[in-house]
Design a protein around this ligand. Structure first.
Ligand code: C5P
Length: 243
């Protein structure tokens, strides 16, 4: 079955484990149902960059979720390294600012042209799905409402040449309206109706997120902590299809 026909192209599995063997075991178990695997900080730091190559060897794509946030020069150098690893997508914090994102995207384009590499998709992380409106205001000193702030960061990411953003599904409609159809929206914080929110504050079900217009759903614990993860993945893929 093609990715779009069975819904699997839209579900990204977060490999939030620390052991190299465990991560590869998950890839081997689920690779018929998942096209993109997310490698985040925990796995990358404990298993090392070789995990990315091993996922590629199995014919699957990698979303490198290291959320770069540093001065423009440092981030653009890290972005070039991610590009050379051949990842399908990676992300930077949009709150790192326009210059950081622009230099990052320019360096990636130049590297791809010079070295004949397929250009990875670069995403700007807007506001983490674990943050609430109150945390944004009281802890980070941001006085705008959540939607306004997310929309602002999404527009800034687009202006800097990024391909899309990571945001809560609750802000998808607002981002879609201001950034248009071609702009990718990747949404973590997805919880099927039967699962607990964990530390996520702004959650939605897979069906709701797709209906709002999300391009990809990132899911970790709500799949991996179930007794029969494969069954859960199949249910979610069906839910995505029915949306
Ligand atoms: O287990 P759960 O489905 O909550 O995992 C969500 C994944 O998405 C985690 O790997 C987390 O790091 C990532 N993520 C997120 N919020 C963002 C960006 C990435 O939860 N804004």
């Amino acid at each position: 079955m093609s990715d779009s026909a069975d819904g699997k192209g839209k579900l990204i599995l977060a490999l939030d484990v620390h052991e190299y063997e465990h991560a590869l075991d998950l890839v081997d178990k689920f690779h018929d149902h998942i096209s993109i695997f997310k490698v985040g900080l925990e796995l990358f730091l404990s298993a090392g960059p070789r995990i990315v190559g091993e996922i590629h060897k199995r014919g699957r794509k990698v979303f490198l979720d290291l959320k770069f946030h540093d001065i423009p020069n440092t981030v653009s150098k890290a972005a070039i390294a991610a590009t050379r690893m051949g990842v399908y997508m990676f992300n930077v914090h949009a709150s790192g600012g326009f210059d950081m994102m622009k230099k990052c995207s320019d360096s990636v384009v130049q590297t791809c042209l010079k070295e004949n590499i397929e250009r990875p998709k670069i995403l700007g992380v807007t506001v983490l799905t674990s943050l609430s409106r109150e945390m944004l205001r009281d802890e980070l000193g941001i006085q705008y409402g959540m939607r306004t702030h997310v929309k602002h960061l999404a527009a800034l990411s687009q202006k800097a040449g990024l391909d899309g953003v990571v945001s809560s599904a609750r802000e998808v409609e607002a981002i879609r309206n201001s950034c248009g159809r071609g702009f990718l929206i990747v949404t973590p914080g997805i919880r099927p109706s039967w699962s607990p929110p964990d530390d996520q504050n702004r959650t939605m079900t897979p069906k709701e997120a797709i209906r709002e217009g999300a391009d990809y759903l990132v899911m970790g614990r709500a799949i991996l902590q179930q007794n029969n993860p494969l069954n859960v993945i199949e249910l979610i893929n069906l839910e995505i299809l029915s949306a």
